[in-house]
Design a protein around this ligand. Sequence first.
Ligand code: PGA
Length: 244
Amino acid sequence: MRVLVTPDYRTLSRTAAELLIKALHAKSNLRLGLPTGRTPLGMYEELVKKHQEEHLDFSKLMTFNLDEYLGLPSDHPKSYHTYMKQHFFEQVNISPTNIHIPDGSPGIDADRESERYEKAIHDAGGLDLLVVGIGANGHIAFNEPGSAFDSRTRAVDLAPETIANATQYFGSDRVPARAITMGIGTMLEARRILLLAAGTSKADAVDRALRGPVSPDVPASALQLHPRVIVILDEAANHHRVDC
Ligand code: PGA
């Protein structure tokens, strides 16, 4: 595991974007796993800038998002479909047929949709690179504490702290209690993984994920089992406190 500590969020975002661009230059039809949330916003901004200013070509890129809320129409303002459109897809030249996000629309058969999603990743030849954030409780994608390391794409209940954290984005709307998420087993099959974490609220989870015991109590600790992980932190997420 390579850990890069950057001085600030801007540098973290640029470093992540550069790594992704390098992977895209090496393989234009890259199979890329992508996160949502606050952490990757700066990375998406950098990528959009590269497209607008230097015509970085995304036309052959194939993307697979990590997760989606269950019970929200995909055009709901807080769905991850909407997030991805706003922050990335509508601002670059990705082909719409190359975009994959689990369908969490109301009434969807979540088990069938999860199976379909797993198969789509498999049929694409697997993920070359997976970008992922970490929750303050150690979750990766929506694999909450207790998730099995061999879990596959499936419907899950969100942890109370995950729901509480999401209320800041949902305002008066109710945060969905369930989601479809790639499993930890699904994610560990990606050839390379890039973990991003910024801010003091993540420092403890990062410490437990990188340096603690490998345990389903801390889903991100599963990344210790993967041979090719790069972690990019800002200074604030790297405060490894030692009690004296
Ligand atoms: P965040 O979420 O980027 O919004 O902090 C990360 C996560 O919970 O996985």
